[in-house]
Structure formats: C-alpha cells, structure tokens
Design a protein around this ligand. Structure first.
Ligand SMILES: CCN[C@H]1CN(CCOC)S(=O)(=O)c2sc(S(N)(=O)=O)cc21
Ligand SMILES: [Zn+2]
Length: 261
C-alpha cells in the first residue's frame, strides 16, 4: 500500500544540515528533484531504449560518505557504461547510492503524481567522451547522467541483489569482489527523462535524469537496514541516517519526456 506523502506530514521532518536552506542555487533554472506529473509528461517517439552494460568486476567498495551509503566503481576505462536513451554520448558508471525516509511514507527524492516512494536509487554516470575528468563533467550541462529507480516495499518480495548490499551495511567499509548493479534496475524499459541537477551540493545543473517508471520491490527488513546507518562518525552523538532527500524543486520551463505512451 503506497501512502501519499502529504505536505503537512513533511513539515515536521527534521532537515539534515546538508538539505537545509539556503540550499538554493541563485538563478537555478533546472534543479532536482521534481514531481513527475504523469499526465504532463510528453511521449517522445525519438527516445531510444537505454542500453546498460556493466562489468561487475569494476565494483570497488561500499562506504558511508555521511549523506548516504555508496558503492563506487572503477571508472578509469569504458567498462561499465550506459548509452542510448536521451544521451548523445556514452556515460561511465561512477557510483550508486540511495535516498530513503525514516518511515515508508516518504524517502524518495522524485515523486510521481505527488506520491513519494520509501526510497530511491541513483546510479551516477559521467560523460568521459567529452570531459577528461569526472570533476569537470560535474560542472557541465551534459556532464552527468543519473538513472533513478524507485524502491517500493512489499513484505513478500525479498530482493536478492539488494540483500548483497544490505549484508555489507553493518560493516560499511566493505570490500566487494563483484556486484552487478543492473540487478537493481527493473527490466521494464519505460522511463521519464528531464534536464536537472545534483540533489546535493554542489547542486550543479549537469544531470540528465533518467527515471525508471517501474519501481523495484524490496522487503521491510531491507529498508530497515538502511535506517540503521548513521550520519555521525564514531564518538559523536548518534544520528540515524534517514530522510536524506532534498525537497522538491520548481519545474520552471522544463518538459518531462517519457519513453512510453
Ligand atoms: C554527497 C555528495 N553527493 C554528490 C557527489 N558527487 C558530485 C560532486 O563530486 C565531486 S556525485 O556526482 O557523485 C553526486 S550524484 C548526486 S545525486 N543525488 O544528484 O544523484 C549527488 C552527488
Ligand atoms: Zn542521489
């Protein structure tokens, strides 16, 4: 059962320093996240299917960066890439991470018809065809491409691939041998796409967002494992890592395109 994130229930949300105002970019015109109003999205028949080819051995390690937990990949060559979709070039996988809530009523960054999902996965890629370094790509309009995947809780559906990550969380600073993140991406090819930004500082307007229409299903225990992580480091007063999502941003003069009718 998906509960609609009602604005009043979000007023009481304690906001982590990272997401406190003035978390605005003066003159920002393409900020993320946004609400995706399904009926306002425009089907674009020229959008290609997104082609995802990840090499699981490029997986490096999982760690807690104080805002989320992320799994980083070796992006020194074109071994884990995406191409097609709305993209002009191929983009290299750099890392993936999640955003989630304290309870299942909210947690995603993007919403669909004003509905929050309990969590959202971001697979971050950069345009190594055009830019020599990731740091430079972060600053350019076509520098990054992030695939967003919603997580939905279904107590009957334990997600095998996610469990590999969940098992590593208690000792986050975990060396992985291999992990293929395509197991976290729904096989349904349908997505929305729009021009946006990073949802954390530096908030640069450099992201082509590709938001999968279908969520993946995880079980409650798997989400609870995310909520056991901490924002704080050893010795500090413990603050559970929850509600690490940015507030919705104005759509302004943007159209969200869909790859499906
Ligand atoms: C907490 C820091 N998060 C950011 C770190 N990076 C940018 C700066 O790096 C030099 S990044 O490109 O890896 C991304 S993507 C991303 S989101 N939520 O929009 O997908 C946030 C960040
Ligand atoms: Zn993110």
């Amino acid at each position: 059962l998906q509960v609609w994130g009602s604005p009043d229930s979000l007023h009481r949300l304690p906001v982590h320093p990272l997401w406190q105002s003035p978390l605005t970019i003066p003159g920002g015109t393409r900020q993320s996240p946004i609400n995706i109003q399904w009926r306002d999205s425009v089907y674009d028949p020229f959008l290609k299917p997104l082609k995802i080819s990840y090499d699981p051995t490029t997986c490096l390690h999982i760690w807690n960066n104080g805002y989320s937990f992320l799994v980083e990949f070796d992006d020194s060559a074109d071994r884990s890439i995406i191409v097609g979709g709305p993209l002009e070039n191929q983009y290299r996988l750099k890392q993936f991470h999640f955003h989630w809530g304290a309870i299942n009523e909210w947690g995603s960054e993007h919403t669909v018809d004003s509905k929050f999902y309990p969590a959202e996965l971001h697979l971050v890629h950069w345009n190594a065809v055009v830019y020599p370094t990731f740091e430079e790509a972060v600053m350019e309009g076509n520098g990054l491409a992030v695939i967003g995947v919603f997580l939905k809780v279904n107590s009957l559906s334990h997600h095998e691939g996610l469990q590999t990550l969940v098992d590593a969380l208690p000792a986050v600073k975990h060396k992985f041998d291999v992990f293929d993140p395509s197991c976290l991406i729904p096989s349904c090819p349908d997505y929305w796409t729009y021009a946006g930004s990073l949802t954390t500082p530096p908030l640069t307007e450099s992201v082509t967002w590709i938001i999968k229409k279908k969520p993946i299903e995880v079980d409650e225990n798997q989400l609870e494992a995310f909520r056991m992580l901490l924002f704080t480091s050893d010795g500090e007063e413990e603050k559970r890592m929850v509600d690490n999502f940015r507030p919705l941003q104005p759509l302004m003069n943007r159209t969200v395109r869909s790859s499906f009718q």
